[in-house]
Design a protein. Sequence first.
Length: 259
Amino acid sequence: MKKEQMPLRPSLTELSDKMQRTTRANAVTMLHLDAERLNEINVTKPIAKQKWKHAIVTVGGGRGFIVEGKDDIRFIITAGHCLPQLPDSFPAAGTDERTYHRLIGRLDAEPTISAECIFVDPVSDVAVLAAPGSQEFSTEAEEYETLVTTCQEPLQVGGFLFDQQRRKFSPALPAASNTAWLMSLKGKWFSCNISSRGRGLWITDATDAIRGGMSGSPIMAAGGAIGVVSVAEGKGLEGGPNPELAVNLPVWIARTLTP
């Protein structure tokens, strides 16, 4: 009796090629979606950039910016190198071991307020701060809350696509040469081109120089804060990779910050 030939299973190489083609197709789709969304916003809605300034604070020798999560909890996003040192790699550490004193303050003022580091990635250079534990540091927690609640409009975190059906987040990668804005040391907003290259955001053609002291500032696009200023090269008119929030923030924080 002649045996039937069973269909061959696809090889690992074939599966890998198929996955890469699917990933590239999905990335291209997201690029087009985000580019169309940003272009539509840029044309139809004027951007009140001066409102953004009120959400920016001092963090160490740099800056950070206030964002609001669920339950009206406010966090500060900054560059990891704005911390005086990295916390120990110990997930069971208490709030006293992750709290930095005299770390944050009003923009352009000396940092006098404490904050707890709830996330830091030293590779992508992004950190998230929160109020210190109120049981251990009641006065410090109150000072933190006073600072962040003076901000009437926390920044929205942009750059995410939310799949309602699958309840999943995906980074909406900015198309090459989208316009973004950065805030100078004098408090003036200036434009640059921004693009995502997988592990972060790259700045080119800035109309003013990125200087020391701007680290931790938000990279703003029409949809909100999409990144953090971290790297500049040459005369300060370009640089990267800078932390991309939709890529470098962990999912548990993204779920908190995204509606």
